[in-house]
Design a protein around this ligand. Structure first.
Ligand SMILES: [Zn+2]
Length: 448
């Protein structure tokens, strides 16, 4: 049993002073609000509070501690594009060409190195679970590796080495566009049919979730197979990130992407619609009515010029908000949280759409639930013991009131001082230098 005294912590929807927690194995076994009545010298003798199983030292964690953050939408290899795809002017589609060029070069070894370093960057940013939307399955000519899941296994191993939980969202990707066969590097993504995809995914076991790349990449008559194979697990899908996708979908099927997914049973409370940027009122009603999560990735949507999705309308309609760093142009869920509110302000020219508490909930408990971790993202007895401690004395956070507004509207990933995942310390300030070196080595080997 490990015990911490948290100077301030987010518990039950509010920030409290002096929160005592015990961790037994991977879960919290005690969470007590001890107020100002406890001090460190009194811990050994005070009988006001019982610490039944704490035997060793009680570690004091100064600063503001929040639950673990869930990064619900990641493509780990896109980390190799940061600072490179931004050099030229271009469109979403020219960005995609540059992304494909990196995808072409990866193999299970180089992907293990890149994903491990990328996940370490996430851990350093307070991310304790990642949803990895994984479509880079096969060899360059489209034939499977000897282990058909070699790339997926590399991602799981990378998360293990970095110390965070991963929900591998193995992605079905069958066509280049509506009715077009995969071409070039896209052959690495495709299993040929949804049945073949399902056969391969079965070997990943019960821990894996699933994804439909998009309505571009999975024909309508294959959608039901993916839904059936992923029953009872998280199912994620890129949705309406670009208006061109909407236009092409209407031309091909006479339906919006959301309508098409609704017609084929894709939407529901285990499904996450990623981006959900360009929606009709009917689309919003379909997503909300089925309690499909809306996973926003504002820093990527900003980088790619996607637009601003109707986050508040989706929430009010019944779609819980979650967040992802997607292309990893930025890995900072504090920035993603505030971006939801700030982007909505720009889009509507008015303020005050989201409270800090709601955004923190999106990044923690909602996000974990959407990845199938109902027992994470809260500091509560029985929950998985994740603790993300922010330094509240940095130039960014000092003088900000040290409550949830500090986390949402002031802090950055650089203010994270310590991260605990499943009871284990996986990051301490000072580790950044090594993570930087590891990232540089993993990325630079892809640009010989
Ligand atoms: Zn994505």
């Amino acid at each position: 049993v490990t015990a911490y005294l948290l100077e301030r912590a987010w518990v039950d929807g509010a920030v409290h002073d002096d929160v005592y927690v015990e961790i037994d194995g991977v879960r919290f076994s005690a969470v007590e609000l001890v107020g100002g009545s406890l001090n460190m010298s009194g811990l050994g003798s005070a009988d006001k509070f019982r610490f039944p199983r704490s035997t060793g030292e009680i570690s004091r964690l100064p600063g503001l501690t929040i639950p673990g953050l869930a990064n619900c939408h990641s493509h780990a290899f896109h980390r190799a594009l940061r600072g490179r795809t931004q050099r030229e002017r271009g469109t979403f589609w020219t960005w995609r060409e540059q992304m494909y060029a990196v995808a072409e070069r990866l193999d299970p070894d180089s992907y293990l190195a890149l994903a491990t370093a990328t996940y370490r960057e996430m851990v350093a940013a307070g991310i304790t679970s990642v949803g990895e939307f994984h479509y880079l399955h096969h060899q360059a000519d489209g034939s499977p590796y000897d282990d058909a899941n070699a790339m997926g296994h590399a991602l799981v191993e990378a998360a293990t080495q970095a110390g965070l939980r991963i929900r591998l969202l193995d992605t079905c990707y069958l066509s280049s566009g509506f009715g077009e066969p995969p071409e070039g590097v896209q052959r690495r993504f495709s299993d040929g049919t949804a049945d073949a995809w399902a056969d391969r995914v079965r070997d990943l076991g019960d821990d894996a979730g699933a994804a439909i790349h998009s309505v571009r990449a999975v024909p309508d008559d294959e959608l039901a197979t993916v839904v059936e194979a992923s029953r009872g697990r998280p199912l994620h899908v890129h949705l309406s990130e670009q208006t061109k996708e909407n236009d092409d979908c209407v031309a091909a099927y006479g339906a919006t992407p959301t309508q098409l997914l609704a017609d084929h049973g894709v939407l529901g409370p285990l499904t996450s619609a990623v981006h959900a940027t360009h929606l009709t009122d009917d689309d919003i009603a379909h997503l909300g009515g089925t309690h499909t999560y809306a996973c926003f990735c504002p820093t990527t949507e900003r980088d790619l010029g996607d637009g601003v999705g109707p986050s508040r309308l989706l929430h009010d309609g019944g779609s819980p908000l979650t967040l992802g760093s997607d292309s990893h142009a930025v890995v900072d869920l504090f920035e993603e949280m505030r971006a939801v509110e700030l982007d909505e302000r720009l889009a509507t020219r008015s303020r005050g759409h989201w409270s800090a508490a709601e955004l923190l909930e999106a990044a923690t408990s909602n996000g974990h639930r959407s990845l199938g971790y109902d027992d994470a993202g809260r500091i509560a007895v029985g929950a998985r013991a994740d603790l993300v401690t922010l330094d509240t004395t940095t130039p960014r956070t000092a003088g900000t009131g040290r409550d949830e507004h500090t986390a949402v509207f002031s802090a950055s990933a650089a203010d994270v001082a310590q991260v605990v995942v499943d009871g284990r310390v996986v990051f301490r300030r000072g580790d950044e230098e090594g993570i930087g070196r590891e990232l540089a080595a993993a990325v630079e080997r892809l640009y010989p």
